[in-house]
Design a protein around this ligand. Structure first.
Ligand code: KG4
Ligand code: ZN
Length: 353
């Protein structure tokens, strides 16, 4: 096995409402990048946005400005790595909220210029995509054991079904035609007057409820890999309206359980259908909604039944963080991607994989 020299990566993520930095050690090997996380710091803005019931882009950007330096200093300190020893700075360039992205990108560029280091711009969705493979090097699996792989990325902004032909080549098979999966969880939470962020709250209430309401499973039987969640959300809206303004805690739990069942059912069935069609060897789940226990369990069970390897990140890698940006950077280096001069890097808002 040929070992290239190791590199120390400082990763920065500010695409939405988490200010995050991480330090990772990267070492290449023939089959996989070997990645070791030395530190990961995530400063959430939940308290700030909870007051408004959702993310306010300008407030998010201001909070990033305040937090980015202390968060980065903490990541370097926790990792025991002074800035001089960092070999490259990986930064999320998009997609995301442009005022938020600009803070991270310009900070990374300034730091890189001042310390004469190159920058590796990383797509936020690639961060989610590679996050389930963080520990792959330690699993004794060869690329032929896991590829082709079907990757389901479910976050607050995106729902993507991706065919990974290998660790380098991937193709988006389908995406949401309206709301993203996480967005639907958040909107249902709002309809039920649950606190922000809604996803974890809906999932917490669902655990105590009965999935007794038959909500629709949009696009389940359509012969494509797209998703739609806005009809499901509207069905919940009508149900809540019909029940009148005062819902009992029990009714709320049942609505959450029924909604969650419908959403998870569509996600799992479409993922498995793609896995069969493309003769996948494995399935990977990532993004904020991959923290959902029912989704993790259902997809794991279906994969087991169908003899597919199943990869899902640890909880700390599900919602936004900089560690996954460092992991994606490691795969990009492994795939031959070269870091660039800071001045050519730009934040970009609406860029899918
Ligand atoms: O990946 P992420 O942190 O941010 C984006 O890139 O969008 O995803 C955040 C989304 C939010 O919509 C949040 O409600 C959802 O992930 N989420 C969950 C759970 N935890 C977070 N949705 C369902 N169940 C959960 N346990
Ligand atoms: Zn994300």
């Amino acid at each position: 096995m040929v070992h290239k020299p190791e590199k120390l990566i400082l990763a920065i993520e500010t695409s939405c409402d988490e200010t995050a930095a991480a330090v990772l050690r990267f070492q290449d090997s023939k089959a996989w990048p070997r990645l070791h996380t030395l530190s990961s710091v995530v400063r959430s803005q939940i308290a700030l946005h909870a007051k408004m019931g959702g993310v306010v882009p300008e407030a998010a950007a201001r909070a990033h400005v305040k937090n980015i330096l202390p968060v980065t200093e903490k990541a370097l300190k926790d990792g025991g790595i002074p800035l001089e020893r960092i070999d490259l700075i990986a930064v999320t360039y998009g997609p995301g909220l442009i005022p938020s992205l600009i803070v991270g990108v310009e900070f990374a560029k300034a730091l890189a210029l001042a310390s004469r280091k190159p920058v590796l711009p990383v797509n936020h969705m690639a961060g989610h995509l590679y996050s389930p493979l963080a520990k792959i090097e330690s699993l004794q699996l060869k690329p032929k054991d896991i590829f082709p792989q079907i990757a389901l990325i479910v976050s607050g902004g995106h729902t993507l079904l991706v065919l990974m032909q290998n660790e380098k080549r991937y193709k988006v098979l389908g995406s949401t035609v309206d709301d993203a999966a996480g967005e639907a969880f958040d909107k249902v939470a709002k309809l039920l007057s649950l606190p922000y962020p809604g996803g974890p709250e809906v999932s917490r209430l669902a655990a105590h409820g009965q999935a007794s309401i038959e909500f629709p499973r949009p696009m389940l039987h359509q012969k494509n890999y797209d998703f739609s969640f806005s009809g499901l959300k509207t069905a919940v809206l009508y149900h809540v309206r019909d029940r009148g303004p005062k819902l009992s805690p029990r009714e709320k739990q049942d609505i959450c359980a029924s909604f969650q069942n419908a959403a998870v059912d569509v996600l799992v069935q479409k993922t498995l259908r793609a896995a069969k069609e493309f003769r996948a060897k494995s399935v990977a789940l990532s993004g904020g909604v991959s923290a959902n226990t029912l989704l993790r369990h259902m997809l794991a069970a279906e994969c087991k039944k169908n003899k597919l390897e199943f990869f899902v990140p640890e909880f700390k890698l599900c919602t936004d963080n900089a560690e996954m940006i460092g992991i994606a950077a490691g795969f990009m280096l492994h795939n031959g991607k070269k870091p660039v001069k800071p001045k050519v890097v730009r934040a970009m808002p609406g860029l899918n994989l």
